[in-house]
Write a protein that binds this ligand. Sequence first.
Ligand code: ZN
Length: 322
Amino acid sequence: MTFNRRTFLSSLAATPVVSLVSPAAQAQTAASVALPPVLHSFSIGEARVTVLLDGHLPLPSQIFAAYDEEKAKVALAQGLHRMTPEGLNIPVNGYLVEIGEEKILVDAGTADLMGPSLGGLGRALAATGVKPAEIGTVLLTHMHPDHSGGLVAAGGKAAFPNAELVVSRTEWGFWHDDAIMASVPEESRGFFLMARGTVAPYADRLNLFDGEAAVAPGFTALPLPGHTPGHSGFMLDAGAEQLLFWGDVVHSVALQFAYPDWTIAYDTDPALTAETRRKMLDRAASDNLLLTGSHLDFPGLGRVLRQGEAYAYQPAPWQFGL
Ligand SMILES: [Zn+2]
């Protein structure tokens, strides 16, 4: 593993943890108005995929290590994206995948961990008619709270009581390593405690995978390290069509297709994150992959086009009856 502890520590030291999960944000959650269910379904071969919007998250410009005001202005204008006073608002997408009798969730949203602009995945799932108890497998791209927070229901119980939790062994080991946790700045330890808390109810039904393992019917894991040590995508082969769930390869459609080297403070290993992103973008463009991402503009389905030294995102249009 090319994980580098020093880069992790320096990136976490610069991480504005408070802006992500503050007590104030948590306190607001209870009083906030619930987001309406937002979801979008489409077919991929034999699979039915429903994108479940958890909500949105602001990325302040300071979070990008190489942020350049002028370059950003041009890229934002070209892509019709707007910088709000809070930052660039990016979606948090999770997924229900139905193949035959199997009901699989890819990432679980935030539940009440990250404030009032998020936490809608449960309501979106309810709107599909599928009950949490029917989910047989949860595939987790990584153990950040916008992906694993929704694994836990009120009272600390598993939100998906019959699901096996599938996550990279590297990812699991990293967040459960007491020595690493002890060595990060105190204000960053909350990430470790949160990660552990969200997966704890599944400790007796875990599937920890290594490398490019087959992890569920139709799904193969794809290691995409950097953002976190065990960050992984999942390739769905549904017969006639394939779809790559690439997790957090890109956080900002507006900026990171044009500037793939613009890492963010939450990247564990920034250099590896940029390298993985460039490799993945190159492969996606070369292979004309259909893909979806946790933070690609909702509903987050599209492909990658080459544009000079960089790339562009081609979102699939909203389509009916598919
Ligand atoms: Zn994320």
